[in-house]
Design a binder for this molecule. Sequence first.
Ligand SMILES: *Cc1c(COP(=O)(O)O)cnc(C)c1O
Length: 337
Amino acid sequence: MAPDYPARMPLAHLPTPLMELKQIGRDLGVPIYIKRDDFTGSALSGNKIRKLEYVLAEARDQAANVVLTCGGAQSNHCRATAAAAARTGLKCRLILRTDDPAHPPALDGNLLLDRLLGAEIVWITPAEYRAVDTIFQREAAQLKSQGHTPYIIPEGASNALGSWGYIRAARELKNDLEQISGSRDGVTSIVIATGSGGTAAGLILGTRLYDRFAEVVSVNVCDDESYFRKKIGKICETAIERFNLDIPFDRKQDIRIVDGYVGAGYALSRPEELALIRDVARREGIFLDPVYTGKAFYGMVSELKKDPRCFGERIVFIHTGGLFGLFPKAAELAPLL
Ligand SMILES: *Cc1c(COP(=O)(O)O)cnc(C)c1O
């Protein structure tokens, strides 16, 4: 039975294209497609818009006039939220993490865009970020005392409501795959970068709601497998309960995580990851980003080199965006060019 979708605020350009990565698939010996969620918009680009369509609909229904959210200094989610807020007439306050709040990073990449979009920025340390809920409460209380109605969006818009963005994307992708000639037997895997778990949760729920047309493989770009099994598991279980979804779910069986590709750490690049970003640009004309899709793609390619069928007969890599994160890496990329 088709699920009852919650209210949605249309923001993304949908459906996004599905393309074949012909050269790379031929090299690796397995058909690889790429779902271009980097095309969900220009300022709004990437996977966060799909989640924000549901979260901001709730903010609107609660008559909020300010949205609050959080992330790293180069957060794609924060930039997308700032852009969506500007477009829908909301104020936006971003709580951003940096080592030394007295000396915030230079205006570059997403941070430059946040400021262009008029977002207010509150800088906090990584230690404060670990208790970011306290900061949210403090900022929300301050906004209320000024007569505002704040709405808090969790990191990455990764909660049960936001996961609807990728439940809907699963439906869209199932339809895309049906248009590809010579529909195949055997397993199709959807490979994604995972940072806060909402995209993975939505896709796991969505593939199960739509006849289990694919398996979901998450390549984590921070933390580790056990962290994400909990994080993704919690979002799925909350969504199943809150929205009465009629699907079986088991944290152990239904979540597949490919760990081992965090590399130097969150948002830190290794030369081999940057070299792959360069090679994908040169061979396919597609830009991956250094923080998420570049690492996930690197992980996927490394696993396929060991076993071309480790993800089944056909792969869909979702390009979740992040392009603006390339620019702050210019100095690191330069020696490879
Ligand atoms: C946030 C982000 C991800 C990770 O998605 P989550 O739902 O947070 O796991 C992947 N790619 C890009 C470009 C992102 O900005």
